[in-house]
Design a protein around this ligand. Structure first.
Ligand code: V47
Ligand code: SF4
Length: 378
């Protein structure tokens, strides 16, 4: 423990030293501390501390999951300014909308593949009702009962529950009974209304997002949380966002993973905003690790961040790296991620993790170990 502080002995700033002491003593840092970390923390300082926390929790274990994605539609009634889908509602003919049958065809394509999870997320199409998704969930479960279904953001859920005239609790219970196992982290963006009203004014607000995750947690489901950073938000908006997540996690313990998502600026209404630097990206991951002391896992989603930068994050608090099999999720390639090529193979991902001197561990959605690739060949 003292080793970590001695590594930081060149840090002259008293405030930063105090925060470092809190972290090595497992004391929670305050919102003010969080902002100070963004304002003054150097990459070396933040990396040392985030790595200390990461290794205390997980050693070198670096998790990944074999999953595939279904995007039911890219048409969306909402108009988030950062989204490269949103303009499609007016020109719906140019978008796609999959029938339950077409989605089942995708599920069946993976019949003989060792995937453990399907991640379902897309735009909000008025024709895709709660009933439609209940049918989809039931069909997936009857075809492949052990496949974990992680699906729908509170944006999609809020819309379908309201349309079905059900409360959040009733709607969540119905989906859970129909086969939905957990919720992904999307739709969170930045919670604070000062930012939210400028980037995604018309969709579910912070309280609505948190309410839906809480309802899922109360049913025993787990979920993830994201934060879309690197656009118009200030440091304190990021901390406010993480604070709201930390508070709900104290209450429910239902979150598995925090996933910072780097804003990409191609073909959307925020294209004039420059993307964040790699330095800033690494700081966000490290501070996420330090602030969210009650989250077990911090995940880098490489299709969005780029595989080389994702590899770097493994020294800045990240212990999970997502995206294998055919993860060519279109929302990212449309938004300008350089990762347009098909997914990394398991072997490539294992190599990437080993190059960072970490242990590649294949997990299921709930972090049960499936294969330890530090002792077997990929
Ligand atoms: O909520 C949209 C983001 C999210 C852009 O839980 C953009 O395991 C950057 O949440 N630049 C949806 N990001 C995806 C998501 C996710 C992804 C991977 C794993 C998990 C998980 C969740 O995508 C949206 C939004 O924040 N997004 N447009 C953009 N231009
Ligand atoms: Fe619709 Fe989601 Fe895009 Fe917003 S981010 S416009 S809710 S698909």
């Amino acid at each position: 423990m003292n080793n970590v502080l001695s590594l930081l002995e060149d840090t002259k700033d008293r405030e930063l030293l105090k925060i470092a002491e809190k972290i090595v003593n497992s004391e929670r840092i305050s919102e003010e501390d969080g902002v100070t970390l963004f304002e003054k923390g150097t990459l070396g300082y933040l990396g040392t501390l985030a790595n200390f926390v990461r290794e205390s929790k997980h050693g070198d274990n670096t998790y990944f999951n074999r999953n595939f994605h279904i995007e039911p539609t890219n048409v969306c009634v909402f108009s988030c300014n950062f989204c490269s889908y949103s303009k499609l509602y007016a020109k719906r003919d140019e978008g796609w909308e999959l029938s339950v049958e077409q989605m089942m065809h995708i599920v069946k394509k993976y019949d003989n593949q060792p995937v453990t999870e399907v991640h379902i997320v897309g735009g909000v199409h008025p024709k895709m009702t709660l009933e439609f998704f209940v049918d989809l969930l039931k069909q997936i479960k009857s075809h492949r009962p052990e496949l974990h279904i992680k699906g729908f953001t509170p944006v999609e859920l809020d819309y379908m529950f309201k349309k079905a005239k059900l409360s959040v609790e009733e709607g969540m219970a119905l989906l859970h009974q129909s086969g939905l196992d957990s919720l992904p982290g999307g739709g969170a963006e930045i919670f604070h209304p000062e930012v939210r009203e400028q980037i995604c004014a018309d969709k579910v607000d912070a309280n609505g997002w948190l309410h839906i995750h809480k309802a899922a947690h109360n049913l025993g489901m787990h979920s993830n949380a994201t934060m879309l950073y690197g656009h118009i938000e200030k440091y304190w908006h990021r901390i406010d966002h993480m604070e709201r997540l930390r508070q709900l996690q104290d209450e429910t313990k239902g979150f598995n993973t925090f996933i910072p998502l780097k804003f990409r600026n191609k073909d959307n209404d925020m294209s004039h905003i420059a993307e964040s630097s790699v330095i800033e990206d690494l700081k966000v991951y490290a501070i996420g690790r330090l602030y969210l002391d009650n989250f077990n896992h911090i995940k880098a989603y490489w299709p969005m961040l780029g595989r080389h930068n994702a590899q770097l994050t493994l020294n800045f608090g990240v212990n999970d790296i997502d995206g294998t099999i055919d993860d060519t999720t279109k929302i990212y390639s449309m938004a300008g991620s350089e990762e347009q090529t098909p997914a990394m193979t398991t072997k490539e991902l294992v190599t990437l993790i080993k190059q960072a001197n970490r242990k590649p561990i294949e997990r299921d959605t709930l972090y049960k170990v499936i294969n330890d690739f530090s002792v077997i060949e990929a």
